[in-house]
Design a protein around this ligand. Structure first.
Ligand SMILES: NC(=O)CC[C@H](N)C(=O)O
Length: 227
């Protein structure tokens, strides 16, 4: 019988959920449930064992600067498996603080530089001019998205050939006040500043569910072959 259990890893849910991003995981579970799939969510926190290859979807939410410093110390042990997972085209969604930690570094407003995983060529810096807070609206390849942002970090891409924005801003700031773009799309990785949660926008949620089901099919086919 086909394996109908979708495996989701929720990275540092206990530390990186200040902004209610767990709603994204709830939406994904709801949509999968409607299609007859069960979901198993593993909350991966400090010192937990984790191998990205065991999963169909990785989720990493937003958080405050202090929690980001704590998480950043634990994160490097997972760099290799997360990097391979992303480069193989598997789905991952990172919101705000989680998105920032996938890049090279985040320089905070207290002058601390938090080292990111360095998987994606981008960096984030605090600039005294503004905290980006408020409603956002932007256009993505799946249509318009409405959300909410709340961040002091301004994100800049260091390799614009490799990285493409997730959306073009209509309202709000997104990555930074200059570029008029929101988030990042690289293969099936999505980074975004959108809370709300983002996946209340079912156009995006449905697109991610499709990616998850494709990944699940491939992963379980490989498992059967290697038995
Ligand atoms: N909303 C968030 O995840 C905030 C991320 C980060 N602490 C910032 O202020 O930029």
């Amino acid at each position: 019988m086909a394996d109908k259990t979708i495996k989701i890893a929720y990275l540092y849910e206990d530390l990186m959920n200040t902004y209610g991003d767990s709603g994204d995981v709830k939406v994904i579970r709801y949509l999968l449930d409607k299609q007859g799939y069960q979901t198993k969510v593993d909350n991966i926190s400090l010192d937990d064992k984790f191998d990205a290859n065991d999963y169909d979807f990785l989720f990493f939410g937003g958080g405050q600067d202090f929690e980001q410093t704590v998480v950043a110390k634990d994160l490097p042990r997972h760099k290799e498996t997360i990097e391979n997972y992303i480069n193989a085209g598997n789905p991952m969604l990172c919101i705000c603080g989680g998105y920032q930690l996938m890049g090279d570094y985040y320089k905070t407003n207290s002058g601390i530089t938090i080292k990111g995983l360095g998987i994606l060529p981008l960096h984030t810096i605090f600039k005294a001019d503004k905290r980006m807070i408020g409603d956002t609206r932007y256009m993505t390849e799946w249509g318009e998205v409405k959300a909410f942002e709340n961040h002091s970090g301004q994100t800049y891409f260091d390799n614009t050939n490799m990285l493409h924005p997730f959306g073009e801003m209509i309202e709000g700031y997104g990555n930074n006040p200059q570029d008029k773009v929101e988030g990042l799309r690289y293969k099936n990785f999505i980074g975004s500043y959108s809370h709300g949660p983002l996946l209340r926008n079912t156009n995006v949620a449905n697109a991610i569910v499709k990616m998850i089901l494709k990944r699940h099919e491939e992963r379980t086919a490989n498992e059967v072959e290697s038995v």
